[in-house]
Design a protein around this ligand. Structure first.
Ligand SMILES: Cc1cc2nc3c(=O)[nH]c(=O)nc-3n(C[C@H](O)[C@H](O)[C@H](O)COP(=O)(O)O)c2cc1C
Length: 144
């Protein structure tokens, strides 16, 4: 997690971002895989989160694997990941992983995940990442 700084809120175009924010945007669009996480605000993602996404060109996330995650104060808006985040990245023609992860305040204790169910769901989602990075002899050799 990084602080993108104050220029995000005032930039209408990407070129208006300061260097720090431009760098964060570049890291996002250059990543092999994205784990997107947002708190739930009024049943959806926060406005400033959407503003960050608005500064990304549609082509830049095309086919990118994305694990979508969200937190909320309770379970009432657990489908926020399916009804808000998934369609948003559908617009970009990204590959959102089939398993999305939603967690509420009671899934955490001392800033760590304390729910077994949540750990299982995170494991499921992480396993799905494997489909995008098949272990072939060729890329195993390249990694060595
Ligand atoms: C303005 C505002 C609106 C919120 N709306 C919701 C909501 O609609 N549903 C919900 O489950 N939690 C809601 N919450 C609670 C946050 O989602 C929750 O505190 C947050 O996910 C915790 O993550 P954080 O510690 O990273 O902020 C809201 C919080 C704020 C500040």
């Amino acid at each position: 997690m990084v602080d993108i700084g104050p220029s995000l809120g005032t930039a209408l175009w990407r070129k208006q971002l300061d260097d720090r924010a431009q760098h964060v945007l570049k890291e996002i669009v250059d990543a092999d895989i994205l784990v997107i996480g947002a708190p739930t605000y009024k049943g959806s993602y926060p406005g400033l989160f959407k503003h960050l996404v608005d500064l990304i060109d549609p082509q830049e996330l095309r086919s990118k694997p994305i694990l979508i995650t969200a937190t909320g104060g309770g379970d009432r808006h657990a489908l926020m990941v399916e009804h808000q985040l998934r369609p948003l990245f559908g617009f970009f023609m990204a590959h959102t992983l089939p398993t999305a992860v939603y967690a509420s305040d009671r899934d955490f204790a001392d800033y760590a995940v304390s729910s077994e169910q949540l750990v299982k769901r995170i494991d499921e989602a992480v396993c799905e990442v494997g489909a995008f990075f098949p272990t072939t002899t060729a890329n195993r050799a390249a990694a060595e």
